[in-house]
Design a protein around this ligand. Structure first.
Ligand SMILES: Cc1ncc(COP(=O)(O)O)c(C=O)c1O
Length: 452
């Protein structure tokens, strides 16, 4: 792959904006300043390249990203990892060995809802990998490779193994072991690495492509400097040929024909950020967050997860629910990423200032200790399927109260914050366990397949 240089897309946009042309092209704001960024919000004018036929400035920028991440190829997304997930599923379906029947994926149950929408759109079946114990938490899905091995034996023609790592609480899977198991059977491994883009630049780098995955998606907006919506589809050099050949078409299939140039520009600039002492900056942030974590642990706080830039607290040990702690901190001007009954999650990056870290630390140290609240560990076990995901999503549905739903067939995704483990997927029969988990997620009504 040719080596990209500089920030070609950002340079082009900057010079075009400075030209002061009469804009008789989209967007309709014509560069007039309402938000302040319109001059740089352009469309596919000559020289600007075109995301789904990239061969100019966008392509050069993607090539630079590919080199930075050490991939065989990297494509930009202006529509998040969600678009990349659908593209990965499509590509795996193309390369699948099962002829004449629905492709089957082996997937860890904490899949993001974009995976379910891909399953509905492409009519795939899923054999789920279930968490070994409720200890993985509401967002995690730690499974034994033995469970994967036996599914691979049962479905030797699976289109792919699909996992999420890191999860929302910062739990990471053993990707090298999972990749080895999948590859022994000739099955590709796809990883939802939406939360882990930055980990490729740690002093001890960790990234799905380096660890053996065939493809992964990274949300550049979650942990890098890109604007919301910026993401990458990464393909490993060793991945099946068809992934390379059809990747661009795959992204086009699920994307808008008007990808935002502001987001694409931010991906271009992210390359420069990653090349400019990023590892050192990441380490500084990780050390600072790590010191807050150790300090809290020494005071009796329980934590979870092994991602260096995520602080996941289990504040029940201090007598607080995750949601109450989040609200208490928000009153002090410290806003977390996620909370539920048992967890409060803080995401840091090198763009947090030293003052941010001090505010986080002092707000947490001010939290008074109360009577501990035991963690609610809800089991999640396999469900009976009444129909395919697609049939359920495309069928007639009605809403019902969760307490009345056991025995009914789920018609849609019932999860709270992505990617809480999926209590039930479309087409599965809701049981009491799933209903309890749905209510834990704060959801009171669910969509079920209408019965006559
Ligand atoms: C694990 C996981 N995967 C995928 C996504 C989707 O990413 P994006 O928002 O970039 O489309 C999210 C979003 O929260 C996520 O948490």
């Amino acid at each position: 792959m040719a080596e990209g240089k500089g920030t070609p897309l950002a340079d082009f946009i900057k010079s075009y904006a400075a030209e002061g042309t009469a804009r008789f092209h989209m967007p309709g704001h014509k560069g007039a300043s309402l938000l302040g960024c319109e001059r740089e919000d352009i469309t596919e004018i000559p020289g600007a390249d075109s995301l789904y036929e990239a061969g100019g400035v966008i392509r050069r920028s993607e090539e630079r990203a590919s080199r930075l991440f050490g991939t065989g190829d990297t494509l930009f997304s202006a529509e998040g990892s969600s678009q990349c997930i659908r593209a990965m599923v499509y590509l795996a379906c193309l390369s699948g060995r099962r002829k004449g029947s629905r492709p089957v994926f082996i997937a860890a149950r904490n899949a993001h809802k974009a995976f379910i929408s891909a399953a509905a759109l492409m009519d795939i079946d899923v054999e789920w990998l279930w968490p070994e114990s409720p200890e993985s938490g509401i967002c995690g899905c730690r499974f034994d490779t033995g469970q994967l091995e036996s599914l691979l034996e049962r479905v030797p023609d699976a289109a792919a193994v699909y996992i999420t790592s890191p999860d929302y609480l910062g739990g990471c899977q053993d990707i090298p072991a999972i990749a080895a198991a999948a590859h022994r059977r000739g099955v590709p491994l796809l990883v939802d690495n939406a939360h882990g883009a930055y980990m490729a630049f740690l002093a001890q780098p960790r990234h799905p492509i380096r660890d053996g995955a065939d493809m992964c998606c990274d949300s550049a907006h979650k942990t890098l400097s890109a604007l919301t919506g910026g993401a990458y589809l990464h393909i490993a050099a060793s991945a099946p040929e068809i992934f390379f050949k059809r990747a661009r078409r795959a992204m086009e299939l699920f994307g808008s024909t008007s990808p935002s140039y502001l987001i694409l520009k931010s991906l271009d600039l992210a390359n420069a950020v990653m090349e400019d002492g990023f590892t050192e900056k990441l380490e500084l942030a990780a050390v600072r967050l790590g010191s807050i974590k150790s300090h809290l642990e020494a005071l009796g706080w329980q934590t979870a997860g092994d991602e260096p830039l995520k602080l996941t607290l289990k504040p029940g040990s201090m007598g607080w629910s995750g949601n109450h702690l989040a609200a208490r901190l928000a009153d002090r001007g410290v806003v977390c990423e996620y909370s539920d009954r048992d967890h409060t999650v803080f995401m840091a990056s090198p763009f947090n200032t030293p003052e941010d870290f001090s505010r986080l630390e002092s707000a947490l140290l001010d939290v008074e200790r109360r009577e501990p609240i035991p963690e609610l560990l809800l089991p999640i076990t396999s469900k009976r399927r009444a129909m395919s995901i697609r049939e359920a999503v495309m069928g007639k549905a009605i809403d019902t109260a969760v307490q009345d739903s056991p025995g009914r067939t789920a018609a849609f995704i019932s999860a709270s914050c992505p990617p809480a483990i999926l209590p039930v997927t479309p087409g599965e029969i809701i049981d009491r366990e799933a209903a309890e988990l749905i209510r834990y997620c704060g959801i009171e009504r669910v969509s079920v397949v209408e019965e006559y």
